[in-house]
Design a protein around this ligand. Structure first.
Ligand SMILES: C[S@@+](CC[C@H](N)C(=O)[O-])C[C@H]1O[C@@H](n2cnc3c(N)ncnc32)[C@H](O)[C@@H]1O
Length: 242
């Protein structure tokens, strides 16, 4: 039996039938991830603390209500936190999180190229889109780290790893949109994550990007988590590490 499988594999390489299957395989892969995402959010539905599903029209600003809710629910406004945001752009969500926590020893780090997306995202957003001047910062607890995460995160963690582990809580906001950026950041942060830490996703329900990255991260690193909140039909979600 095993021998037959080997012969079949070799035949497929030799015959190049793949060229006929490939376009369908790509489509099927996409449909497969859509299915996984729908099944997953249906599971979450039963346990979420906040969920606005179903709504006809999404309102992007409603994510702010979700941030407020999580901070109130878990009394995060005075805790010593380290907040890491992956994908800052013009600083909208970064500034919001600065207002949510008043502990003077908390630290906030925002990572971005500030030169836009390093690759195309889906069919509508092109490499270089979402480029911004580095926004001004008026809070001395906060700092922006300019560059590709793939270049900046290792040196950051070497420098600030201790600060990260000694905080009461780590809050990670994944808002880079891309699969590559999200899986990279989560994988490097794995050794620093502890029970009770909170992850926010800004485009969770995009099947081939943030959804796929979180699924692979939690499965491959055996990370247990619970879903907390969802707004805009699961577009923005939060999770707690268990
Ligand atoms: C949707 S925007 C962030 C929006 C922002 N959090 C807000 O609420 O206004 C996504 C950002 O991720 C950044 N980004 C994506 N992949 C990156 C990577 N690998 N390294 C650095 N920045 C990246 C892009 O430059 C872009 O500014």
């Amino acid at each position: 039996m095993f021998g037959l499988v080997k012969i079949l594999k070799d035949f497929l390489i030799l015959s190049r039938l793949t060229y006929i299957f490939y376009p369908f395989a790509k489509l099927m892969n996409y449909i497969y991830y859509w299915n996984l995402m729908v099944l997953k959010v249906s599971e979450y539905k039963k346990v979420l603390l906040k969920n606005d599903f179903y709504r006809l029209i999404r309102n992007y600003d409603d994510r702010e209500g979700m941030f407020d809710f999580v901070f109130n629910e878990f009394n995060l406004s005075t805790k010593k936190v380290v907040y890491l945001e992956f994908g800052v752009a013009g600083g909208n969500s970064f500034n919001k999180f600065l207002t949510l926590n008043s502990n003077p020893t908390s630290r906030f780090y925002g990572f971005d190229t500030f030169e836009g997306l390093p690759e195309n995202w889906g069919s509508f957003f092109k490499k270089g889109d979402m480029s911004y001047n580095v926004p001004e910062l008026k809070d001395n607890r906060a700092k922006y780290i300019k560059g590709l995460f793939q270049d900046s995160l290792v040196p950051f963690l070497n420098d600030k790893g201790q600060e990260l582990t000694s905080a009461d809580l780590r809050i990670i906001h994944l808002d880079a949109d891309l699969y590559s950026a999200t899986i990279f950041s989560l994988s490097l942060l794995y050794p620093y994550l502890k029970k009770g830490d909170i992850l926010f996703f800004d485009e969770y329900s995009v099947p081939m990007h943030e959804f796929k990255a979180f699924k692979e991260f939690t499965e491959n690193f055996y990370v247990k988590y619970k879903p907390l909140t969802a707004v805009n039909n699961y577009y923005q979600m939060s999770f707690m590490i268990e």
